[in-house]
Design a protein around this ligand. Structure first.
Ligand code: GLA
Length: 388
């Protein structure tokens, strides 16, 4: 469905987006393609249908100089090797399930324990390591790729055939939108997220401790030593977890054992509304990223386990804190936490959620609307899924 076949009334000249597709390699006898999406404002997104991985995200700075703001690798063999989920779609259950165990409708399920004593990010072969079917689309103001994957009943010991669709869309408003949909034929648990490691200075250009972060969250979820929630939702007030006003990421990180790797409970959760969850700015380049989601939480992870042993794109070594993740999702271990919002999906229901990473320029704390160097026109909210 390349071109504008879905929009027959439109002339090719109306198309402001560009999409190309190249063979990237092969996994399990299936072709892997790299899709390149470009908008009119100099933003380029490259993604592949292995793991749904965003391999590149090029964003201009306040002077129009473009950098690739996500960590990752240069080629498929590297992605098939050791990767801490660089740029990937994570599922069937993103984040941790204590001891890999949960009970649903009276049946006990035992998943792989691939993170110390716990289950992490869907198991040994999660959605980040599978080949997705892919179909591209181009409209005048947006272009993207629809990824499909059927996760079979019993895969990684989860119940139910789960039919998953993830749509990546780049818009001319400088948004990278991710829409997740799923249906099942047996009750199961689902929590899908995206795992890009961002560095708004450009990947490999040092650490992210000088980035400024604001989280629209009055509460976060305390965890034990193995990063499993205690069940409490704690006020962030007067602690190193308080990002209700912008703070540099590094200013209080030493007070947090191991660095930030926690879920914040984003304010104003109603299960439908897409609201601003996070805003990050990098003072020197002026690059800014806003994250909007309808999910109850956002995992803010500061690349604490990166230790320089992985060599990324252009031979750059990825040291501790060389990227941060903002993974929109349900709270960790929800299948075992009756007081957390439910992650159960039943036959006949539709799992449908959306997250938007929106890019722009902000200089010295002031939104630069109207200035020539500013490419972003601020849109304050997305009301519900489908609205975008
Ligand atoms: C998530 C987790 C981290 C870590 C990374 C991958 O963000 O919360 O603890 O496991 O994935 O390295």
């Amino acid at each position: 469905m390349a071109g504008c076949q879905n929009n027959p009334g439109k002339q090719t000249s109306d198309i402001k987006m560009n999409l190309t597709k190249e063979l990237y390699g092969e996994v399990d006898g299936k072709e892997i393609f790299q899709f390149t999406l470009k908008n009119e404002n100099g933003i380029t997104v490259k993604l592949i249908n292995y793991g749904g991985i965003v391999t590149h995200l090029l964003v201009p700075d306040k002077n129009g100089k473009t950098e690739d703001v996500v960590l990752g690798y240069d080629n498929l063999p590297q992605y098939l090797g050791d990767t801490p989920y660089f740029g990937a779609i994570v599922g069937r259950y993103g984040n941790r399930i204590a001891k890999g165990e949960f009970e649903l409708d009276g049946t006990a399920y035992k998943l792989a324990t691939n993170n110390g004593p716990n289950h992490l990010h869907g198991g040994v072969k999660g959605f980040d390591k599978v080949v997705w079917d892919a179909e591209e689309f181009v409209f005048p103001e947006k272009a993207g790729v629809i990824l499909n994957y059927l996760s079979k009943d019993g895969e990684e010991s989860y119940p139910g055939n789960l039919d998953v669709k993830v749509t990546y869309t780049l818009t001319n408003k400088n948004e990278l939108k991710i829409n997740y949909e799923a249906t099942t034929d047996k009750a199961t648990v689902v929590n899908l997220t995206h795992h890009s490691y961002f560095n708004l200075k450009g990947q490999g250009n040092g650490d992210i401790l000088d980035h400024h972060l604001q989280l629209m969250a009055d509460r976060y979820i305390p965890v034990d030593q193995a990063l499993i929630p205690t069940g409490e939702l704690r006020e962030v007030k007067a602690s190193a977890m308080d990002f209700t006003t912008p703070h540099s990421i590094g200013s209080r990180i030493a007070k947090v054992d191991g660095g930030y790797d926690h879920t914040w409970a984003v304010n104003d959760f109603d299960g439908k509304k897409i609201r601003l969850a996070a805003k990050v700015t990098e003072p020197k380049s002026g690059r800014m990223m806003e994250v909007y989601t309808d999910q109850p939480g956002v995992q803010f992870y500061t690349g604490n386990f990166l230790d320089g042993s992985l060599t990324g794109k252009q031979g750059k070594a990825y040291n501790k804190h060389s990227g941060f993740c903002l993974e929109t999702q349900h709270y960790p271990d929800s299948p075992n936490q009756p007081d957390f919002p439910s992650v159960v999906l039943r036959p006949g229901e539709k799992y449908e959620t959306g997250t938007v990473y929106k890019f722009g320029i902000e200089e010295e704390g002031n939104r630069c609307r109207g200035k020539a160097s500013c490419m972003l026109e601020h849109s304050s909210a997305y009301s519900v899924i489908g609205d975008w």
